[in-house]
Design a protein around this ligand. Sequence first.
Ligand code: ZN
Length: 191
Amino acid sequence: MRRRKVLLTVPHAGCFVVPSERHCDRNAENMAKAIEDEFQRRGIEVVIVKNHKMRTERNDANRVSGFQDTEFGRTVQKEIKSGAYDYLVDCHSYPFAINMPRDFYVLDFGPSQNINQSIVKFGGTMGLECAIFEASPANAILSFAIQSGLSCTLLEVSEFLELGALRRVASAVVHAFASPTRPGRFHVEFF
Ligand SMILES: [Zn+2]
């Protein structure tokens, strides 16, 4: 059997400090690293593609404008087209907002619903406050992944989550990946 392989993208890793402005996802790289560790511990190969260019109104790596003809976008497209991957997690983070879950949420496009529902269920059993929302079709990375038949998740974690909690989120992702067809069960299986 072919080895399983996972692609992680961090489109908003580019950060420069202007206190009044927010250009980047300040916890997204930490989240990607925790997910990488958790998959690698189980012998699954992981590739991370980060975008260190600053996000602007006109150039957002998560939108067609910043994805179609940029170094980051070309790299992600090439990796997906290689056909080597079983799963993609697009990693982001968000600042505190009163109407958002405390710990994390996933954005779902219909085709990956089972795995995304599983992440939230496993997250809940691990004591994390989380939610699932419908994704915007404008997301260029996930649209490309879905057109290529790749299961995918857009993961948003709180910028207040520390390493222990990030590891629990990563564990929820890995458990969901291990049992993507059984979103309704709380039973946990390792592979
Ligand atoms: Zn982001």
